[in-house]
Write a protein that binds this ligand. Sequence first.
Ligand code: PXL
Length: 262
Amino acid sequence: MKVVLSIAGSDSSAGAGIQADLKTFEAFSVFGCSVITVLTAQNTTGVKSISEVSAKFVKEQLEMVFEDFEVSAIKIGMLFSNEIIDTIREFIKDLNIPIVLDPVFISKAGSMLLSSDAILNMKTLFDYVTILTPNQFEAKELFDYESKNNISIEKIKKLKCATIIKNCIQKDKSIDILYSKEEITKFETKYLVSRNTHGTGCSFSSAIAANLALGKSLKQAINISNEFIYEAIKNAPNLGRGKGPIAHKIGSQKIAHKTCND
Ligand code: PXL
């Protein structure tokens, strides 16, 4: 069984963060390990408080996982502080496995997930990862991205890693745009109007990591992950009073028969 590691924050309501990542890994039948960077007290209506884990303890968790397992891919989510980012950069810089970085700084309910002075430092990780998965808001913060802003697009295309910008809604479609040095590729999914979107970003990036670990190409992994998220939202258990969690297991079962090619 392939092993995939999530380095991310804990969400007590278990719809986002490490919990969503592990549910996604399970849904794709890879074994999920977790290195926890912060603890959040939250539910579907928002984050109440954040308790940081020390960088030293983050390093110890990383060492224990890698000492014992052969990790095939990594997903990186909420990093929160400069010290944690420095620790992770030191650890991943010589690894030769796919790494998906979800550059989260704000939750769907509007809470800050990265201290403001750490945004610049997060950019220093970009040289060591395979793909970034920002939403439009994060892309705007990181690159001043707008789909018609050619300067920002050139900046993104020059990165060592690929970048997929999620959820550019057009009419009834959700469009993701993948930028790499060689090309620009658009992925279209039907847009679902739903309140149950808590953790969709975390789950999307974890699904890409799981599928890269399973040997899929980047484009295949993105197609599979999009179909998975669509079905997981469509079949959401409709829990909580805010942005509800999605149905990871049902999502993967619904797409099991699909080929999801490039
Ligand atoms: O979806 C971004 C995210 C990542 N990580 C944790 C979160 C959230 C959003 O709430 O709580 C721990």
